[in-house]
Design a protein. Structure first.
Length: 344
């Protein structure tokens, strides 16, 4: 409804960007914010802001960085597939392993420290998974809170990517409250805004630098344009999200997981376990006796995806968080049907 209504109006995009950013910043407890075209765009714009500030000559130069302060320092456990967003802005990514090496490597060439909030759930970085299948984060890993302190000590901005770590909703303000200079959030995950939206929030000066470089201006972020309809939809979705009864919401996910576990428990050869994951809610851990149901997980995944209804399964976990009311019944019926068909 927000998208349809927004489509009826013509607006000044600079004014809308500032107004929407102010509302998002208020909800996040940040100095400032900007609505972007996704988490990747937020990472790139945040990196660009750290490289240039509001220096227009440097803004025009990106991604061709000719000045000394150009490195993005990353402890190796924080490395992930999206870190080329930093390079796309013009950063040179520098990876180090140990805490000691990380701290000693900070010098006048370092423009930004990059941190992933997901590292708090365990290492290596992965989507939420059952406590039995996950490993605690080693003591050698610098967690975001410590990374923020290190950045303050050395006067280097820290950008925390917590794109998919909502809920818990306290995360929306947590890293800002800890002093992160920039925080990245995906609009299309926990917030349930359009998939083509994201948030960059944090220090006012850095957000101003990011805003200058983003559409509708003709600098490095021009191609990451976001429409007025998407901006309004993100704000509406965020306002709705912060009003959610988080306890009730998670209880609903957990109740569906418990129900699904019980539904599958009676299938010969199937072992379904209700399991809390390291994201703070429950899933169904699913295994089967291949002497009874002779199929490999990779083939089971393919058949589920190609069937009707098409079901995405990661090979170990049935996740009810993404299911709408009634879809748990569809999943249960299809799993029982397929296991029965494949049984000896």
């Amino acid at each position: 409804e927000a998208i349809v209504e927004a489509n009826e109006y013509f607006v000044d995009m600079n004014e809308l960007t500032e107004a929407a950013g102010a509302r998002v910043a208020d909800l996040m407890g940040a100095e400032a914010a900007i609505v972007t075209s996704g988490g990747f765009a937020s990472l790139l714009l945040g990196s660009a802001a750290c490289l240039t500030g509001t220096d227009m000559d440097r803004i025009r130069a990106l991604p061709d960085v000719t000045w000394a302060r150009r490195n993005c320092l990353i402890q190796t456990p924080h490395r992930f597939s999206y870190d080329h967003a930093y390079r796309a802005a013009g950063m040179t990514n520098v990876y180090v392993d140990s805490r000691e090496e990380f701290v000693s490597r900070i010098d006048g060439s370092v423009a930004m420290l990059a941190a992933l909030s997901a590292i708090e759930r365990g290492s290596p970085i992965a989507p939420p998974r059952s406590m039995e299948r996950s490993s605690p984060t080693p003591d050698t890993v610098i967690l975001p809170e410590e990374m923020i302190r290190i950045g303050k000590q050395h006067d280097v901005p820290v950008m925390v990517d917590m794109a998919s770590d909502l809920p818990p909703w306290e995360n929306l303000r947590r890293f800002i409250d800890l002093g992160a200079d920039l925080v990245v959030v995906s609009g299309g995950k926990g917030i349930l805004a359009p998939q083509s939206t994201g948030i960059l929030a944090g220090r006012a000066d850095l957000i101003q630098a990011a805003r200058i470089q983003n559409a509708p201006n003709d600098y490095i972020g021009r191609g990451m344009k976001i429409g007025k309809e998407e901006i309004i939809a993100l704000v509406v979705a965020l306002e709705r999200a912060v009003r959610i009864d988080q306890i009730a919401e998670i209880k609903g996910w957990n109740d569906r997981a418990q129900w699904l576990t019980e539904e599958l428990a009676g299938v010969p050869g199937v072992v379904a376990r209700y399991a809390m994951n390291n994201g703070g809610y429950a899933d169904v851990d699913l295994e089967w006796d291949q002497s009874v149901i002779p199929i490999e997980p990779r083939d089971f995944k393919r058949i589920l995806r190609e069937g009707t209804p098409s079901i995405v399964y990661d090979g170990t976990t049935v996740r009810t968080r993404q299911l709408r009311p009634g879809e748990d019944q569809l999943v249960a019926n299809r799993l029982k049907e397929l296991f029965t068909e494949l049984s000896l």
